[in-house]
Design a protein around this ligand. Sequence first.
Ligand SMILES: [Fe+2]
Length: 316
Amino acid sequence: MALTGIDAVVYGVADMAEAKRFLEDWGVSQVSATPDKLVYHTRDGAEVIVRPKDAADLPPAIEQGNTVREVIWGAANEQELERTLATVKTVPGFHVGPDGLARVTDPNGMSLAFRVTKRRPITVKPTQPNAPGSHNRVNERSPIHAQAHPINIGHVVLFANDFAAMRAFYTEKLGFSISDEYPGHGVFMRCQKVGDHHNTFVLNRPGKPGINHVAFTVADIHEVIGGGIAMSKKGWKTEIGPGRHPISSAYFWYFENPLAAPLEYYADEDYCTEDWKPSTFERKPELFAEWAIIGGIDGNTRRQAAGVDKSGRGHA
Ligand SMILES: [Fe+2]
């Protein structure tokens, strides 16, 4: 089975105007904006769709307040979509919605829809690193980003009411592969056998299903930092970041927002093939972050002491 990734995330929110203000600052591109519906694109065409949370045609919410109401998964083409649906059709409650999309509800109560992907594959060249004897960036400066431009929606992280049922659903019904795992507590899964480390991460939280965060890929650590600083300068509050995950190896920066749970910029995650060796870990804070800054880097940092040389050396 070959779902290629997250094609769209649909939110239901209390304040459409605030959601719009956040998405403009986040760096995704506006496709359309009405009082009833916002549509924004990442660089590859993945959609962020925002609706008023009491819109009658939204799927039920799995938690109180602002939250994700539906995840739309993409398949490469009609054949791959049909191959996925052959198994999905065995799930009780499978149906085709008025928009023509096949749908099921996962064991957490979240609506999932499936379509031939609208994303366009794009190739992104991150800033190449230099080291003694290994010069990958020659006669070229490393950029400073004034704004992030998210490339895709890389993963959605879910709090599972029934962890075992969610693990079984995503692996057995959607064909996801396990990349790493906290046995009984959390499971990182990717939708393609050859692909990025995780497209979903499911965390055990009995009695409280919900969204932990939604993550947007950017090109490299410099775009994580530059994009995060830009959000800080615009007054958006950091949840945690910048920092680095030991599991998946990615750099991250999470922001509170008026859409729902935190949104994440991230870059440089592990890429896995059939030869990837999944590991099991004991869940502890050091495995969430090798390092992380609580509260972010404030928006004026670059104008603070950075230019003042007190060392006498004449350079930093
Ligand atoms: Fe994440």
